[in-house]
Design a protein around this ligand. Structure first.
Ligand SMILES: [Zn+2]
Ligand SMILES: [Zn+2]
Length: 401
C-alpha cells in the first residue's frame, strides 16, 4: 500500500467518525431528562438494595452485640450511628429511586391491623405461657403507720344481684361516692357481671371510715390486713364482701436513691396481683435477677393500681435476665400469680429507617428494636424471623397513669 493510499484511508475514516458523531448528536440531543435517567440508573447500579440493607443489618448485629455486653451502658434506644448525613442520602435516594424492598407488597390492608392484634394478644400471654422462674416466700411486712389511701377501693364478692342504687345506698353513709364496674356503660348497665365493683369516694376520709367499719380477718397479721364488710341485696343477706384499699405510698419504692433511672434498663411487668405493692415487687425482682433500683405500680387517675408496673435495674445483665425470663410465678401464702415481664417501651423512631415513628418493638434478641410498620414487615418477612411477636405501648396505661 502506497503512502498516498494510507493517507486517503485515514482521511476517510476521520470523515466517517465525524459523520458518526453528528448522527449520534442528531439522534440523542443533550436532553437533561435523558441524562438524569442515565445517572440515576448508574447510581442505582452502584448502590443496589442488598449491600445497603446487609450493611445496615451488620450494624444492627454489632449494636445488638454491644447491648448484650453487661458492662456496656449504651442505650439501645439512642439513635444509631447510621443517622449520619451520608446514609440518610442513601435512604432518601431509595425513597425516590427504587422502592424499599416489599413496601408496596407487604403494606396491604390485610396486614394493617395484624401487628396491633398480635401486640394485644401478647398482653394476655401470661395466661397461656409457662413460667420460667418461680419465686415463693412471704411478702415484706407493711410499715404504713398513718397511710394515705386512694379514694378508690375494690369490692370483691359482691351479691350477684346488687345494683348501682343498692351500692350507693349501702355506702353513701361514709361519704359521697360513685360506683364503677366493667361494662357498666355498655353491656352490663344493671349489675356487675363479675362479682366485683369499685367505689370511688369524693374524700379520702370516707375510705378510712369504711375500713373502720370493716371486720378484720383474724388470721392475717396487722401488717397484711384483710378487710371484710357485710352487705345485703334484695336476694342475699349479710354477705361478706372483701374491701381492698390502696395506700398511695405503695405505688413507688426506691431501693437505691439518688441514682438516675434508665428507661433502657427498665422492664414492664404485667398481670400483677392487686395485693402486690411496689416494695414487694422490688424485693421479688431483686431476689430473682439482682440489681433492682426502683419499682413502681401503674395507677389510674384515682391513684388506684391498674395491674401493671415497672422495675428499673442498675445493670444491663439483670435487665436482660428479667426480659429473657418473660414469665415469673409469684407464690405467697395469700396468692399465686404468674406475672409477665417485657422491655419497658418508650416513644421511639423506627430504628431501621430512622424516618418514621417506631411504635412496634420486637423483644426477640435477634432484633430487640423499634420498627415502623413497613420495616417490621420487611424485617420479619424472613422465614427464620417470622415467629417474632410485636410489643406496643399500652395506650390505656399511658393515658391513665
Ligand atoms: Zn422504619
Ligand atoms: Zn424480630
Amino acid at each position: 500500500m502506497s503512502d498516498q493510499t494510507i493517507r486517503k484511508l485515514k482521511t476517510h475514516s476521520f470523515i466517517y467518525t465525524v459523520w458518526l458523531c453528528l448522527v449520534i448528536l442528531e439522534l440523542f440531543p443533550f436532553n437533561p431528562h435523558v441524562w438524569t435517567c442515565l445517572s440515576l440508573q448508574s447510581t442505582l447500579r452502584i448502590s443496589p438494595p442488598l449491600p445497603y440493607l446487609a450493611s445496615n443489618m451488620q450494624k444492627d448485629l454489632l449494636r445488638l452485640g454491644s447491648r448484650l455486653d453487661p458492662q456496656d451502658s449504651s442505650s439501645p434506644l439512642t439513635p444509631p450511628p447510621s443517622a449520619s448525613p451520608a446514609s440518610s442520602t442513601v435512604s432518601r435516594r431509595w425513597r425516590t429511586g427504587s422502592p424499599w424492598p416489599g413496601t408496596d407488597v407487604l403494606d396491604q390492608p390485610d396486614d394493617a391491623f395484624s401487628i396491633e392484634r398480635e401486640a394485644r394478644l401478647h398482653r394476655q400471654a401470661a395466661a397461656v405461657n409457662e413460667a420460667t422462674f418461680t419465686w415463693s416466700g412471704q411478702l415484706p411486712p407493711r410499715s404504713n403507720k398513718d397511710p394515705l389511701y386512694s379514694c378508690k377501693v375494690f369490692l370483691g364478692g359482691v351479691p350477684w344481684d346488687i345494683t348501682e342504687a343498692g351500692l350507693i345506698n349501702t355506702f353513701s353513709g361514709y361519704g359521697p361516692l360513685t360506683v364503677e364496674w366493667p361494662g357498666k356503660d355498655g353491656k352490663h348497665p344493671r349489675c356487675p357481671p363479675k362479682g366485683y365493683v369499685y367505689l370511688v369516694f369524693e374524700n379520702e376520709k370516707s375510705v378510712r371510715a369504711l375500713l373502720h367499719a370493716c371486720t378484720l380477718d383474724p388470721f392475717h397479721p396487722d401488717d397484711n390486713r384483710e378487710y371484710y364488710f357485710k352487705m345485703s341485696s334484695r336476694r342475699m343477706r349479710c354477705k361478706d364482701v372483701q374491701v381492698i384499699p390502696w395506700v398511695i405510698s405503695d405505688s413507688n419504692y426506691v431501693r437505691c436513691p439518688a441514682q438516675r433511672l434508665d428507661p433502657s434498663k427498665t422492664v414492664f411487668v404485667g398481670a400483677l396481683h392487686g395485693m402486690l405493692n411496689a416494695e414487694a415487687l422490688a424485693s421479688i425482682m431483686n431476689d430473682l435477677f439482682g440489681g433492682v433500683m426502683y419499682a413502681g405500680i401503674d395507677t389510674d387517675k384515682h391513684k388506684y393500681p391498674i395491674g401493671s408496673g415497672r422495675v428499673t435495674f442498675n445493670n444491663q445483665r439483670s435487665y436482660l435476665k428479667a426480659v429473657c425470663a418473660a414469665f415469673v410465678e409469684i407464690k405467697t401464702p395469700k396468692f399465686t400469680k404468674k406475672v409477665q415481664i417485657d422491655p419497658y417501651l418508650e416513644d421511639s423512631m423506627c430504628q431501621v429507617c430512622l424516618r418514621q415513628p417506631g411504635p412496634f418493638f420486637c423483644r426477640d434478641q435477634a432484633c430487640f428494636k423499634y420498627y415502623c410498620r413497613s420495616c417490621w414487615h420487611w424485617r420479619h418477612s424472613m422465614d427464620i424471623l417470622s415467629n417474632h411477636r410485636p410489643l406496643m405501648r399500652n395506650q390505656k396505661n399511658r393515658d391513665s397513669s
